[in-house]
Design a protein around this ligand. Sequence first.
Ligand code: FES
Length: 151
Amino acid sequence: MPLPSCADHPSWTTLCHGESIAEGQARGFDLDGQGQTTVFVLHWQGQWRAWHDWCPHWRTGPMAWRRDAYFSGDGQSLMCHAHGARFDPLSGACTLGPCQGQALWPVALRLDPAGWVQIDPAQGPPLPAPEAAGGFDDTDLYRPATQGDNT
Ligand code: FES
């Protein structure tokens, strides 16, 4: 199936050339120019994905603790460094941590015939509003410890 052309989808945004993201690597992009990454692109097992840099646990981002550090130490999953949630790189499903059953939010991605990575955030579903996202009630996780409390 031929790739859609940019004329068909004028909202495609070219981010970088695919050669600049090696297999097993990810790279974040500050689409809004606000000094914070909002989308990241990964190249893993020969496939490409773009995800909003937004964790379903606290419904915020960024997920990386330093620039482009989206993969776990073993390189097998994505990781939110706020509370350690892990995600399947290709499906975005949370596989471990406080937001199991939820998933990363996808961004439409294509490689053009010359190998440039292009995304179109307007094609994907919008990020859920915080009150609509549902999810994990973790108020108990951060309760202050009291004397004699060993939990
Ligand atoms: S905000 Fe991502 S694991 Fe808590």
